[in-house]
Design a protein around this ligand. Sequence first.
Ligand SMILES: CC(C)(COP(=O)(O)OP(=O)(O)OC[C@H]1O[C@@H](n2cnc3c(N)ncnc32)[C@H](O)[C@@H]1OP(=O)(O)O)[C@@H](O)C(=O)NCCC(=O)NCCS
Length: 134
Amino acid sequence: MSDDDLNDDIPTPAGELALRTIAMPADTNASNDIFGGWLVSQMDLAAAATATKIARGRVVTVAIDSMVFLTPVHVGAVVTCYANVLEVGRSSIKINVEVWTKHQTTYEPTKVTEGDFVFVAVDDAGKTRAVPAS
Ligand SMILES: CC(C)(COP(=O)(O)OP(=O)(O)OC[C@H]1O[C@@H](n2cnc3c(N)ncnc32)[C@H](O)[C@@H]1OP(=O)(O)O)[C@@H](O)C(=O)NCCC(=O)NCCS
């Protein structure tokens, strides 16, 4: 059996590491659970950093697809966002973002959620512009 066969069972994120942060008490609601909106915000930041590099300049978020939260995130958890570029159009860039954390007791990598974020390259006036050829 090769190392690749052994690694097949270990869940791994798709995409490049784009952002890593720690969930803090300020990111919780009254029940001490981390807000879903805080996670979406981290994902938007992670995807925007990737889109900005591709667009070589200003981008705005135009769409976020529906998302499902698979596991809760607890205060103190290290939250990591991975970005995977799906499509580059004339002015748009579609990026899948996966959020992973480590399980509180087993420390197994655990996927929290994922979503597709679409950005549009814009100029100083906020008008769409073509994404430069790479
Ligand atoms: C983004 C924005 C500049 C686009 O303007 P627009 O007149 O709709 O531009 P277009 O119709 O030419 O679309 C531009 C690109 O976005 C894509 N797009 C537009 N709406 C989309 C949507 N809902 N989902 C996916 N892609 C979309 C188009 O397909 C097009 O892609 P392409 O150039 O690669 O072919 C404008 O809608 C805007 O400023 N929105 C607000 C963005 C913002 O403030 N975001 C932060 C919210 S706090």
